[in-house]
Each structure stands twice: as C-alpha cells, then as structure tokens.
Write a protein that binds this ligand. Structure first.
Ligand code: PRT
Length: 107
C-alpha cells in the first residue's frame, strides 16, 4: 500500500513546468507543447488497452501508470488543474446519487 497520490504526481509535474527542457523528461515534454503530451497519452492508452485485452496484469499495471502520468502532463499542458477533473467526477457522483434516490422514490 502506497501513500503516493495523483495530487503528489501533479505537484511533481507542476514543479517541472518552466524548467529548462534538458533538466528532466517532464520539463522536456511540457516544453514541446500540448500536442506532444496528448500524442504520448494516446500511445500509452493504446498500450494499456492492449495489455488489458491480453490479460497481462503486470503490463496493464505498468501501462496504466504511464497513462496516468501522461494524462497529468497533458492536463498541465492544456491548463486544466487536476482539481477541476476531480470536481467534475465529484459532480457526476453527486448527480448519480440523486438519480438513484429519485429512482428509488418511484419504485
Ligand atoms: N511517472 C512518471 C513517468 N512515467 C513514464 N515516464 C517517462 O515517460 C517516458 C515514456 O517512454 P517512451 O519510451 O515512450 O518515451 P521516449 O521514447 O523516451 O520519448 P519520446 O521520444 O517518445 O517523446 C519514459 O522516458 C519514462 O521515464 C515518466 N516520467 C516521470 N514520471 C513521474 O514524474 C516525476 C518527474 O520525473 P522527471 O521529469 O523525469 O524528473 C517522476 O518522479 C515520476 O513520479
């Protein structure tokens, strides 16, 4: 069990933004703009999907980590804070909770 969170990862990515590209992989990726980060995200997502279809749990774990990392970088490059994504997920959860309650009232 790890205590490392997506917020920790986003903070690491934030710390690399604006640094010289030769200082880290993240700084280099961010310096290349949103399209490059998005391309990497797409590639990693396909690799994760292939691992899932093949039932390769080890590869899926590794590729999922790549997806989450490149998603965080893509969000940073696109100017969208992770907190906005979490808020959207929270809204959807709240909405589905209300929808479930309404459905129960009508049964
Ligand atoms: N989670 C990751 C992470 N996952 C994958 N990667 C990098 O993503 C790259 C993907 O591999 P590829 O072979 O597809 O990419 P590449 O061929 O090197 O690059 P391209 O030419 O395709 O752009 C590798 O260089 C990995 O090291 C990551 N790099 C960084 N992190 C996190 O970001 C933090 C900061 O990292 P640095 O920016 O390297 O200091 C680290 O402490 C980690 O927490």
């Amino acid at each position: 069990m790890t205590t490392f969170t997506l917020d920790d990862l986003a903070a690491l990515v934030d710390s690399r933004a604006g640094q010289p590209p030769d200082t880290s992989y993240t700084a280099k990726l961010l310096s290349e703009g949103p399209a490059k980060a998005a391309k990497k995200l797409g590639e990693e997502a396909v690799e994760a999907a292939i691992a899932a279809v093949q039932g390769d749990r080890k590869a899926l774990t590794s590729e999922a980590a790549d997806v989450l990392y490149h998603l965080i970088v893509t969000l940073k490059a696109g100017g969208v804070p992770l907190s906005d994504v979490m808020a959207e997920l929270g809204r959807r959860t709240a909405q589905s909770g209300l929808a479930e309650k309404a459905a129960r009232r009508h049964t």
